[in-house]
Design a protein around this ligand. Structure first.
Ligand SMILES: Nc1ncnc2c1ncn2[C@@H]1O[C@H](COP(=O)(O)OP(=O)(O)OP(=O)(O)O)[C@@H](O)[C@H]1O
Ligand SMILES: [Mg+2]
Length: 317
């Protein structure tokens, strides 16, 4: 087996009594795209900044292509590209001037046009950075991270705060990089981002890894299942039948009550379960206010493991 591009062992970082990162082991092979998914305060930035050499671990070791930060800092800097959770640019420099400034650090001024094309900012090259939209700024930060043609790209929430279109634009660029063989770790609290971009997903919470694997592995390890969720109009809500046992549902795995009068039945296959539901509701099926059948997603998994949601903007309850 070839040497991993990243190997972290027992990495720990405390802030006072808080364990921001608590004994993390992580190995990443060349060409992998890894998502670190977790809610606010999970420890994603702290961990990625230790990999980036910005923070020092209190305990544990980090090696990038077999090299450690305290011995081979210069070589590692040449291998990695970094985009922080928030990047501040000089307002009075244009997009192109900003790239040129960073490019001189890496002796990469000949790559500016290529980077502008790659992050789709060629038409904004003469625009001052203060005049860029949020999505364009994120793309510029990505462009800066790519100047040294990194083997390992470390992106901390590359699409937070962007609207869905701008987010998809960034995803397209990252897919493009993937096809060129770049290795990447990105942090996110958007499950769609992790699912769409990364074959391996690590769910992180309170400084620890809760689960790791491909989407299918995560679903399988947590019992998987399809979700049938419904609510009824208020006049039917007191129907005693609704609150009784649902374990006779075909393929029944679990019942959850997410609030707002909704019932969520987790089953192995949604089709027979749906048929059963309609039969059981009988005339009350006219009182269905909402009916959703879907595959289990990462937020469901996270909720199952922690009782909380991944994204603080999630609206349940
Ligand atoms: N400089 C610091 N001083 C004290 N506590 C800190 C510091 N930086 C982070 N923390 C704490 O460490 C924990 C992990 O923070 P971190 O920024 O790594 O989380 P995160 O997963 O990146 O969250 P977010 O999704 O909000 O960016 C949090 O509880 C945070 O309050
Ligand atoms: Mg963070």
């Amino acid at each position: 087996m070839t040497e991993p591009i990243l190997q972290a062992k027992g990495v720990t970082r405390r802030y006072g009594s808080l364990m921001a990162v608590n004994g993390i082991d992580l190995t990443l092979q060349s060409g992998e795209f890894l998502a670190l998914l977790g809610p606010n305060g999970a420890g994603k930035t702290t961990l990625i900044e230790m990999i980036e050499g910005i923070q020092l671990p209190d305990a544990g070791s980090i090696q990038i292509m077999g090299m450690s930060w305290n011995e081979r800092e210069k070589e590692i800097r040449r291998l990695i590209g970094v985009a922080l959770q928030e990047t501040r640019f000089y307002d009075r420099l244009t997009t192109e001037e900003t790239l040129r400034m960073f490019a001189t650090f890496y002796d990469a001024t000949d790559r500016i046009q290529e980077i502008l094309d790659l992050v789709r900012l060629t038409d904004k090259r003469k625009v001052y950075t203060m005049g860029l939209s949020g999505g364009q700024r994120q793309r510029l930060a990505l462009g800066v991270a790519l100047l040294n043609n990194p083997a390992l790209l470390l992106l901390d929430e590359p699409t937070t705060g962007l609207d869905p279109n701008a987010r998809r634009d960034v995803w397209a660029i990252l897919q493009d990089l993937k096809s060129r063989g770049v290795t990447m770790i990105l942090t996110t609290h958007y499950m769609e981002e992790a699912e769409n971009l990364c074959e391996r997903i690590i769910i992180m919470d309170q400084g620890r890894f809760l689960a790791s694997g491909t989407m299918n592995e995560l679903l399988r390890n947590q019992g998987g299942g399809d979700i049938l969720e419904f609510s009824l109009e208020p006049q039917a809500l007191n129907s005693p039948d609704l609150h009784s046992d649902w374990s006779d549902t075909p393929g029944f795995i679990a019942l959850e009550k997410p609030g707002q009068g909704r019932l969520r039945i987790i089953v192995s296959d949604v089709r027979p379960a749906l048929q059963y539901l309609m039969q059981r509701l009988g005339p009350d099926s006219w009182n269905l206010r909402e009916l959703v059948c879907r595959r289990m997603n990462l937020d469901d998994l996270f909720t199952r493991m922690t009782g909380r949601h991944l994204d603080h903007n999630a609206t349940e309850n």
